[in-house]
Design a protein around this ligand. Sequence first.
Ligand SMILES: NC(=O)c1ccc[n+]([C@@H]2O[C@H](COP(=O)([O-])OP(=O)(O)OC[C@H]3O[C@@H](n4cnc5c(N)ncnc54)[C@H](O)[C@@H]3O)[C@@H](O)[C@H]2O)c1
Ligand SMILES: O=C(O)C(=O)C[C@]1(C(=O)O)C=C[C@@H](O)C=C1
Length: 302
Amino acid sequence: MLPFERVAIIGLGLIGSSIARAVRQYMPTVKLTAHDASAEVRARVEELDFVDDVTDTAGAAVVDADLVILCVPVGAMGAVAAAIAADLPAEAIVSDVGSSKAGVVEALAAALPGRTIIPAHPVAGTENSGPDAGFASLFQGRWCIVTPPEDAAAGPVARVRAFWEGLGANVETMDPRHHDLVLAVTSHLPHLIAYTIVGTASDMETVTRSEVIKFSAGGFRDFTRIAASDPTMWRDVFLANKDAVLEMLQRFTEDLTALQRAIRWGDGDALFDLFTRTRAVRRSIIAEGQDDERPDFGRAHE
Ligand SMILES: NC(=O)c1ccc[n+]([C@@H]2O[C@H](COP(=O)([O-])OP(=O)(O)OC[C@H]3O[C@@H](n4cnc5c(N)ncnc54)[C@H](O)[C@@H]3O)[C@@H](O)[C@H]2O)c1
Ligand SMILES: O=C(O)C(=O)C[C@]1(C(=O)O)C=C[C@@H](O)C=C1
């Protein structure tokens, strides 16, 4: 039996459109309604034809839903939740896909008092955005972290978990604050570093921009993929997860200073030991089958 029969998606970019495509593929009997604030996106989704009904307002999309998933930037979650409040059926479960959780949990609870809210975060994505960037297999074999409030009833949590498992994800439950700390180091800080290094390279005066582009075959090129990620999405993530990101950034800055010192004083052992440890991390990620080197992942959809 399916966990939900009528799913509404608000926000039809990379993640919203991937969920819609995956629902079409893996739960074909589910009725899908959707809304996006952008008229251009709504028109494109009509053309792409992966939902049953595209509505002009968020409220109209949710009137008949048993699951509503907010797939908008984290800074917009509260306003979207307020916009659907009056039309939301009493029994509907509201979820989201935001990359940071504590602030979103707070914003949704404030906008939808007394409603069933089970937030989630699929830890899967690419640097691309918009409805053309989505694909049905995005969540296959990837983690989805569900962050229910402490007093959440077991039934709705189980249904949201079953929904994500139905789209191919492995599901784990976590406290929202702990989620934010973990993701600050595994996702948010790496993005900040990529934005910084690409920004620094493009600002250099002694190395021209054309040289940066011409000779970026190796390490730098991988950073440019991450640094091409959506500016609105990432602005919101850093503002929303400020405390955890600043804490991780402090640790990172200290470690960077230690490396700077090792290079200055010719401490090859310190460099070698660190690089040996980090190589082992990469190898254990690959051994667990979590690397992104599957031939069709991300790049095939550029
Ligand atoms: N991109 C990733 O890798 C990734 C991965 C996991 C989770 N997320 C999270 O998923 C959410 C969506 O990210 P995305 O990558 O799909 O972004 P996106 O830019 O591709 O899509 C966001 C969509 O939301 C729409 N939107 C913005 N404000 C709105 C509003 N008030 N009402 C209705 N629609 C609105 C935009 O028009 C856009 O179409 C974000 O919260 C992000 O943190 C992203
Ligand atoms: O692969 C990428 O392009 C991503 O950035 C995906 C990524 C990540 O950092 O792992 C980005 C943000 C999300 O919230 C989840 C996944």
